[in-house]
Design a protein around this ligand. Structure first.
Ligand code: HEM
Length: 423
């Protein structure tokens, strides 16, 4: 049905107001035609059904309204469809498998502890600049096989890739694209060096360079660059930065919750999960049906854009009562949160992101008591339609001296993957 309220999910200013608009949309229709040929899925049941049905609802580009002249093999993983999707996803699944992720837990815990140590005695910090940005750049840099000397630039690179996809202003988008050229060239050098080297560290670069398909064909340098830069570096860095920002923002504004979790660390995984539900980092993504179809009785013509409204479905009252409340006691319902998507394209980095979220929260809980927003702090969201997270997060807290275990105290930080079922 035609939308009962005006909402443009591609306009960052309207996305800023999504919490006012989406409840009305969700209550009045499961599928709202927001503009000709653009259908927004508002509720949990319909969104998960569409996500499971990759044959009826193909993956669409991240800028679904633009003309797209790319060939299927030029699309990044999150935009592609089988058979190309299946092949590349398997490589990512092996690089980011739970055992491999668990193996780097001590390293991630150490990075978290060192970053928190950098501000803990001060009693104040910008948790984006001092934690949310450097943490995933270190982790993804290590997993991808980017030398430490190049990691300082990784987050800027990830920002530029996001801007080149989501920036509305064509001039600014072009500036971002131009700025990517040098680091792309550096990544290509790394790919070529790894091909000729006999050394094979256990990282994504090795996995991509050594990959052979059933006919013995290797991936081209350009294809490896595409997946390293867009799927691994950008998919894994900006998103995790926003998770850190959203998580600590809610913990700072929810009375009593931060101290409750400090006293009972078993609540840490639920806090990470609830953050992904309460403020999903990715507000929406897109599908495009190749043939005429329907969702909940609404006809969807072939070639339409179907918007998966994670920001709405994660607040579906029938699954998450009082959805605006940050509630770590939701129990089983939290297994249904959609912050990592659902179905065939479910986030392939979810285990890693969950672990980073749990470890960073434990590291802050260890050294900072009574976390609160700094006086005068005003929330500002990143300027893109698709992503949600604060640009900065100024907090104050009461410093806690480092425990005698110091940087080794990682045991309680474990995030057990079995706690959260993924579809
Ligand atoms: C808090 C952190 C993260 C969030 C919120 C997030 C969110 C998402 C979402 C919603 C999707 C679903 C796409 C769809 O259904 O179309 C997705 C897919 C994906 N994510 Fe993540 N992600 C995060 C972390 C990561 C990390 C750490 C990596 C890599 C290291 C990563 C790489 C990917 C890739 C490659 C896909 C595409 C999967 C496919 O299409 O098969 N993400 N992510």
């Amino acid at each position: 049905m035609a939308s009962p309220v005006a909402y443009n999910p591609f306009d960052p200013e309207q996305v800023d107001r999504q919490e006012e608009i989406l409840p009305t949309l969700r209550q009045q229709c499961p599928v709202a035609e927001l503009m000709p040929g653009v259908f927004y899925v508002t509720r949990h049941d319909e969104l998960t059904a569409v996500s499971r049905d990759a044959d009826r609802f193909n993956q669409a580009p991240f800028r679904p309204l633009d003309e797209d002249t790319r060939r299927p093999d030029e699309l990044q993983l999150g935009e592609s469809n089988p058979p190309g999707h299946t092949r590349v996803r398997k490589i990512f699944q092996s690089v980011l498998s739970p055992p491999r992720v668990r193996a780097i837990e001590p390293r991630i815990a150490r990075v978290c502890a060192e970053l928190v140590d950098g501000f803990a005695a001060r009693g104040s910090a910008d948790l984006i600049a001092e934690l949310g940005r450097p943490l995933p750049a270190q982790v993804i840099g290590h997993l991808a096989g980017i030398p430490e000397t190049d990691r300082g630039y990784l987050h800027t690179y990830s920002d530029l890739v996001v801007a080149s996809t989501q920036e509305q202003d064509p001039v600014r988008r072009q500036v971002a694209e131009d700025a990517l050229v040098d680091f792309d060239a550096r990544l290509l050098d790394l790919i070529r060096e790894r091909r000729t080297s006999t050394s094979r560290p256990d990282d994504a670069l090795s996995a991509f360079v050594d990959y052979r398909d059933d006919d013995g064909e290797a991936l081209s340098d350009e294809k490896i660059l595409l997946h390293l830069s867009k799927d691994m570096i950008t998919g894994g860095i900006d998103t995790t930065t926003h998770l850190v920002g959203n998580l600590f923002y809610d913990l700072a504004i929810t009375p009593g919750l931060y101290e409750r979790i400090r006293a009972d660390r078993s609540l840490v995984p639920a806090a990470v999960e609830e953050s992904l539900r309460r403020r999903p980092v990715v507000s929406c993504l897109f599908r495009r049906p190749p043939a005429d179809t329907e969702i909940a009785g609404t006809p969807i013509p072939a070639g339409s854009v179907v918007v998966l409204g994670y920001a709405s479905a994660n607040h579906d009252e029938s699954v998450f009562p009082h959805p605006e409340v940050f509630d770590v006691d939701r129990g089983e319902a939290l297994r249904r949160q959609l912050g990592f998507g659902w179905g065939v394209h479910l986030c392939v980095g979810a285990s890693l992101a969950r672990l980073e979220g749990a470890l960073v929260l434990n590291a802050v809980l260890d050294r900072c008591a009574n976390l609160r927003l700094a006086p005068g702090f005003e929330y500002e969201r990143v300027r893109f339609f698709m992503m949600r997270g604060p640009v900065r997060l100024d907090v104050e807290f009461d410093p806690v001296p480092q425990s005698p275990l110091g940087l080794l105290g990682t045991s309680k930080a474990r995030h057990d993957d079995s706690e959260i079922v993924t579809p």
